[in-house]
Write a protein that binds this ligand. Structure first.
Ligand SMILES: Cc1cc2nc3c(=O)[nH]c(=O)nc-3n(C[C@H](O)[C@H](O)[C@H](O)COP(=O)(O)OP(=O)(O)OC[C@H]3O[C@@H](n4cnc5c(N)ncnc54)[C@H](O)[C@@H]3O)c2cc1C
Length: 538
């Protein structure tokens, strides 16, 4: 038994833009085969009579949503695992993971009586909650998560009692969520000013413990909630739970095989929805461990989506606190983070900024997204909207310039690798779908495919010497593509892969006038005969 009750879930919209967001969520739900009808405020209130609806524009109802009991779920999963042959060692701490020459050998444990154990294994899966970062760091694996305090109140019983089948309620414009609990309510929220926990490291011992309730910090959330559920003001608070939970810099959890260590898997950083997501995440992770590849596209939660800035715990904490504060804020199209910037810049950053560049950020890199024209009175920042973006005209000008003349783009943030060694050609020829067995000076655009023929990487390969290739790929795929290439170099091949991203800048000159523009700064012959498509020159 898991305590599951399918009482449905309501999501409110209190302004027109949120209403657009909710309607889009309903469309997304439908695409997954889930009915999520849209309701008028009155219809929503009929389902949730405790709430005021003066400010509500509309609501969406997911009838298949519900509530479950976390400890019941845990016990049920443990029982199922035992029935299928798993051994569960309770009160047993993993002290360290033994790795020899990049190969996992064993997990060393300590029992409560102090006796050590050693479990030999080929694969390790770490699902250690907020402890995951420190444990994985001992074997060189980076898991960017930090603990943050998260609170909810449990009220006394309402009079009359809250019906047991009351749907769960999310009220993002008031940063709060609600569910029925023994005739009262649980109400929690995502404060804009979250409090990080255990900045100097998680104290020992610390397990199955809560933190001290912080009523002052919760007061603004309580005030927002009373505006929605006035009866909260007349109902006693049974307790204010404060628990540390692991949160991540982009608000998504972290799954998959670590790029740093073969056969080492992670499932952590659940951002206060680990109970809701646990079933699906667990199943996907189990299949991933079994098959050595994700069962479907899991890029948004893939551990390989992170990169260099995520190795810096302070940067991770800063960005994570921003993501926590945005849990319920509008998820705008093209929204950028503002914290921890600038982290990585190209040598042209200051000049581009002075010329009106509006930057976006990817894996810590500042990238000019578009240029605001002061002459046209354009604001030099993004104005978020579900309607036409404020950069529409500016990007249109860039398109026209590229088609009619040329554009120069700073793409320094691109990830760059060097593959060197006597077997570099054989290795790359095996990994790439296009033919890279071409003369020195060739430039090849190619995919890298997995066993199913699916695309794992999409990049450009330059043959710079008989035994050396220069590989350029997308900024966000730095960790993924490096990992994919390295792990697919045939065993025994003498070819080494290096990340040379910081060593080079990238400027891209595109458009029909490119050759004539470039010829003003070089004496080299840039004619099509001397410098054809698919070649490079140094
Ligand atoms: C106040 C609050 C409210 C929440 N509300 C919700 C909600 O409404 N819905 C929802 O879905 N989620 C909610 N969550 C989040 C949810 O509880 C977590 O996401 C979930 O418990 C995370 O599960 P986990 O297994 O990843 O980590 P954990 O539950 O932290 O488990 C990790 C385990 O690993 C063990 N461990 C760590 N290191 C070692 C080691 N070296 N050796 C052996 N064992 C080790 C720890 O002791 C721990 O038992 C809430 C969290 C908080 C704090």
């Amino acid at each position: 038994a898991t305590g599951w009750k399918m009482n449905g879930g309501l999501r409110l919209a209190c302004n027109e833009e949120r209403w657009t967001e909710v309607k889009r969520q309903a469309t997304t739900a439908k695409s997954f085969g889930l009915e999520m009808p849209l309701l008028t405020p009155k219809e929503a209130q009929h389902l949730w009579p405790l709430m005021e609806i003066d400010d509500v524009v509309g609501a969406a109802f997911l009838p298949t949503d519900g509530q479950a009991n976390p400890s019941d779920i845990t016990m049920a999963l443990a029982r199922g695992a035992r029935m299928h042959g798993a051994t569960i060692c309770e009160d047993t701490e993993v002290l360290r993971i033994e790795v020899e020459a990049g190969v996992i050998k064993a997990v060393v444990t300590v029992a409560p009586d102090g006796s050590e154990g050693r479990i030999e294994c080929e694969k390790v899966v770490v699902c250690g909650g907020q402890w995951t970062r420190a444990l994985c760091a001992t074997v060189g694996v980076n898991v960017p998560l930090v603990p943050v305090e998260h609170q909810y109140v449990i009220t006394e019983q309402f009079t009359p009692e809250v019906p047991r089948n009351l749907p769960t309620l999310r009220d993002p414009d008031r940063l709060t969520y609600y569910k029925e609990e023994v005739g009262g309510l649980v109400m929690g929220g995502y404060e804009p000013n979250p409090i990080p926990w255990a900045v100097a490291g998680i104290p020992r011992p610390f397990q199955f413990q809560l933190l001290e309730s912080d009523f002052d910090h919760f007061a603004p959330i309580m005030e927002l909630a009373i505006g929605r559920v006035p009866e909260l003001a007349n109902t006693g608070i049974r307790t204010l739970i404060n628990g540390p939970e692991s949160f991540t810099p982009d608000g998504n959890f972290i799954l998959g095989e670590a790029p740093e260590l073969k056969n080492f898997y992670v499932g952590a950083g659940f951002n206060a929805f680990g109970i809701a997501a646990g079933g699906g995440a667990g199943q996907a992770l189990a299949e991933w461990v079994h098959d050595g590849q994700p069962p479907y596209d899991l890029w948004v939660v893939d551990i390989r989506r992170f990169g260099r800035p995520h190795t810096d715990t302070e940067w991770v904490r800063t960005r994570t606190l921003e993501a926590y504060g945005k849990h319920y804020t509008m998820a705008w199209p093209f929204e950028e983070h503002h914290s921890g910037r600038p982290a990585r810049t190209s040598p042209l950053y200051d000049r581009l900024l002075a010329r009106g560049a509006v930057f976006g950020e990817k894996l810590g890199w500042e990238r000019p997204n578009w240029f605001a024209s002061a002459a046209l009175g354009e604001a030099d920042h993004d104005v978020y909207t579900y309607e036409r973006q404020n950069w529409f005209a500016a990007v249109g000008r860039e398109h026209a310039a590229c088609r009619d003349a040329a554009v120069l783009i700073d793409q320094t943030s691109f990830a760059k690798f060097a593959l060197k060694g006597p077997d570099a050609l054989t290795a790359l020829d095996w990994i790439c779908s296009n033919n890279v067995r071409r003369p020195v000076g060739s430039l090849t655009y190619t995919q890298m495919l997995n066993d199913q023929g699916g695309i794992e990487a999409d990049l450009t390969v330059a043959r710079v010497a008989d035994d050396e290739f220069y590989i350029v790929t997308g900024t966000g795929f730095a960790s993924h593509d490096f990992d994919w290439i390295r792990r697919n170099i045939p065993s025994g091949a003498n070819a080494q892969l290096f990340d040379v991203t910081s060593a080079y800048s990238v400027l891209t000159l595109m458009g029909p006038a490119s050759r004539s523009i470039l010829s003003t700064v070089t004496a080299a012959d840039l004619s099509n005969e001397a410098f054809p498509f698919g070649t490079f020159q140094t």
